[in-house]
Design a protein around this ligand. Structure first.
Ligand code: CAA
Length: 693
């Protein structure tokens, strides 16, 4: 029974037990509705305690049911039934009361919570809005600013905060059942509370909020995503309509969103982010316990990794080449911990514990006590080979050795290291203490338990690991290289950086390709291109533009100039010098420049990314399209409401994507391979989605 009822005198205890997160499946909704109808004074019931078994209160609607026809009864009517019950319902919250879970709690007449609980309405993150009264009942228990914030951002708030804001009536400790029973005894005999504040103004008074300014703020943050704006419309209804009409208004807004492409993409993103953690390659493998890790290299990347490991509760030995560099690394890590402290992300005690768990040294021998080491030194195979030799000597044959290389095949610098089964890539993204993605790179020799340990480490750091085979740039940088190459071709053909970046931002990217390059700095890419120049395939069109930019002394935002000028610091401003440089290069190549419309830019970028992704699948570097989607979303800011490049290609239609790719390929003969996989799927009416299964 997912919903059971037992009695403690006049109190009926309704328990939801639907693992793993007590989602509101059809069976749960039916059970709650039955309870709302049957638990009456006539049945000897004076109060109802709503409890959840397991790790959390109800974490929301059952997302797997969206789009199916298992809708009866709609959650909204269940919540309405609870709200209209003749006896008080007291919701006892622990874990996360999210979405439909919070809506059920808002339908209850009282909400009590453990201090560790969190509440929120994350529906906008799934491309929908709260549809079971959340946008109407939340404004009736809290202030308008809080209601707008919770509904439009989807971000959960802690119970203490929610208590201060009127969403939770009381914070309780200890066993929820006992605390709930004591509370029921306290309210026994009181008149039924309909809603807080009681009596409730209906409709809520217009609070004179500047709705136009709120709208602009939400639209700016949403970057093309529609659900936050729809949610705002619904919540505004709470201040204009009586409750019954506001509920109808809310339902009218949510219904079309269920089948909206943005919602489909966001639901894909939700499940893809969970599916990546369970690749077939580690099925049945057990992660090894880690008691200490070593990080080699105290640059930005190494320190970011160290901070993430310290945050996961792991002591870290950070190794640098000499005492001065080790000291500088200690200061850099200290600075990152300090920044987290000053932003209120951690408290003093946590900051001190993290500082104490770090040791910095120039002695590789200190790595002996670690179970796993991550090398994050300069991207040069010889330097890395030296580091691996030292680590293997210090740590013995069993310890796991990982490389943070972003391009190079780890086998090329670990050939001399005994026991290749314990070697893998753990490719973090910069800044590593913030970015949520780790590519877990598997060589043909890596053992499954070593891979599983890589995934577990990423998870303990609050990051998502994605399994990846070996190719130049692995999944993320390889796809980036393809669209970067096309972006440069388009500059030569007629676009300017702001045209391409503008089109990408209109598509939903937080920043464009050229802005991103300027932010990252050009030197590393330039050095890499110089190094690889002798091996470059002359048949492939090579754009010199990025090299010319660096050679003209523009190395990115930090130097005040790159693809853009930066007269005010970080805001990119189109620069006539860059336009002249690009136009001169087009003229030198004999290209008659043409205006490239924004939709053509986005179609082509989408096509090359999906095409590169399809080749990555053919080569077995990624196991499923969803792995590529997650890498692009978490590592590069691919708009989540587009679901990643493979999902976006499915939604655009693979026929259209193939057609764009063929035009791109025909315009630069020999430069692109049109993926046979993409062609086959497009020609047979298939989709990438079906390869995710
Ligand atoms: N529906 C269906 N399955 C869900 C689910 C949901 N609402 N929430 C989580 N799950 C599943 C996950 O897919 C995962 O399944 P697998 O183990 O098979 O991968 C499992 O439950 C555990 O989830 P997590 O791995 O995410 O566990 P966690 O402890 O890290 O996080 C959580 C727990 C915070 C509840 C997180 O799962 C979460 O944020 N869930 C989504 C919450 C949400 O968005 N709720 C709103 C739903 S929409 C709604 O409610 C609208 C409406 O009224 C119409």
């Amino acid at each position: 029974m997912v919903v059971s009822v037992d009695r403690e005198g006049p109190v009926a205890i309704v328990t939801v037990d639907n693992p793993p997160v007590n989602a509101l499946s059809q069976a749960v909704r039916l059970g709650l509705r039955k309870a709302a109808h049957e638990l009456t004074p006539e049945a000897g019931v004076e109060a109802v305690l709503l409890l959840c078994a397991g790790r959390t209160f109800i974490a929301g609607a059952d997302i797997t049911e969206f789009g199916s026809d298992r809708v009866e009864p709609p959650l909204g009517t269940v919540v309405d039934d609870i709200a209209a019950a003749p006896v008080p319902w007291v919701a006892m919250l622990h874990g996360t009361a999210l979405g439909g879970g919070l809506e059920v709690a808002l339908g209850c007449h009282w909400r009590l919570a453990l201090a560790s609980a969190r509440v929120g309405l994350p529906e906008v993150a799934l491309g929908i809005i709260p549809g079971a009264g959340g946008t109407q009942r939340l404004p009736r228990v809290t202030d308008a600013k809080t209601a707008v914030e919770i509904v439009t951002t989807g971000k959960p708030v802690g119970a203490e905060d929610a208590h201060r804001k009127g969403i939770i009536d009381r914070i309780v400790e200890g066993d929820l059942r006992s605390a709930g029973l004591a509370f029921c005894a306290e309210i026994a005999g009181q008149p039924q509370r309909r809603m807080s504040p009681d009596p409730m103004p209906d409709p809520m008074p217009d609070l004179g909020l500047d709705w136009a300014a709120i709208w602009d703020g939400v639209a700016a943050r949403a970057k093309g995503q529609i659900s936050p704006l729809r949610a705002l419309e619904a919540v505004r209804g709470a201040y204009q309509l009586p409750l019954a009409d506001g509920l109808k208004h809310e339902r009218a807004i949510i219904m079309p969103l269920f089948s909206d492409p943005q919602s489909l993409a966001l639901r894909h993103a939700f499940f893809a982010e969970r599916a990546v953690a369970k690749p077939a390659a580690i099925a049945g493998a057990k992660a090894r316990p880690l008691s200490r890790i070593a990080v080699v290299g105290g640059g930005l990347m190494g320190c970011g990794i160290a901070v993430s490991a310290l945050g996961a509760g792991l002591p870290v030995t950070l190794i640098e080449r000499d005492a001065a560099a080790a000291e500088a690394a200690r200061e850099r890590v200290g600075g990152l911990i300090e920044a987290a402290l000053s932003r209120g992300l951690i408290d003093d005690a946590t900051a001190s514990a993290r500082r104490a768990a770090l040791s910095t040294t120039e002695e590789y021998a200190a790595a002996a006590g670690a179970d796993l080491a991550i090398e994050a030194v300069f991207e040069d195979p010889d330097v890395k080979a030296e580091v691996f030799g030292q680590l293997a000597a210090a740590m013995g044959d069993a310890a796991i050795l990982a490389s943070n290389t972003s391009y190079i095949d780890p086998r090329s610098f670990t050939g001399h290291v005994p026991n290749p089964a314990r070697i893998l890539g753990l490719h973090f993204f910069s800044p590593a203490h913030i970015m949520k993605l780790v590519e877990v790179v598997r060589t043909p020799d890596t053992a499954p338990d070593v891979l599983a340990t890589g995934f577990a480490l990423a998870k303990s750091m609050g990051k998502t690991g994605v399994l990846c085979g070996i190719c130049d740039g692995f999944i993320g940088n390889r796809v980036l290289a393809a669209y970067g190459r096309l972006a440069l071709y388009m500059l030569e053909d007629g676009a300017l950086p702001a045209d391409i970046d503008g089109a990408m931002k209109a598509f939903g990217w937080p920043m464009g390709y050229f802005e991103m390059m300027d932010m990252a700095g050009h030197q590393i890419g330039y050095a890499r291109r110089q190094r690889l120049a002798p091996q470059r395939d002359p048949a492939i069109r090579y754009s010199r533009l990025a090299d010319l930019v660096v050679e003209s002394g523009r190395e990115g935002q930090r130097t005040g100039a790159g693809w853009y000028a930066y007269p005010e610091g970080r805001r990119p401003v189109p620069d006539p010098e860059i336009a002249a440089l690009i136009e001169a290069e087009s003229a030198r190549l004999g290209i008659t420049r043409r205006e490239i419309p924004a939709d053509e830019i986005t179609e082509r970028l989408l096509a090359v990314m999906a095409n590169e992704g399809a080749m990555i699948l053919e080569e077995g570097v990624a196991a499923r399209p969803l792995d590529i989607d997650v890498v692009e979303m978490l590592g590069y800011g691919y708009p989540r409401w587009r679901g990643g490049p493979m999902q976006a290609a499915d939604q655009a239609g693979l026929g259209a994507v193939l057609a764009s790719m063929e035009v791109v390929a025909a315009e630069s003969p020999g430069s692109w391979t049109v993926s046979p996989q993409l062609r086959k799927l497009a020609e047979t009416g298939g989709s990438f989605r079906e390869l995710n299964a």
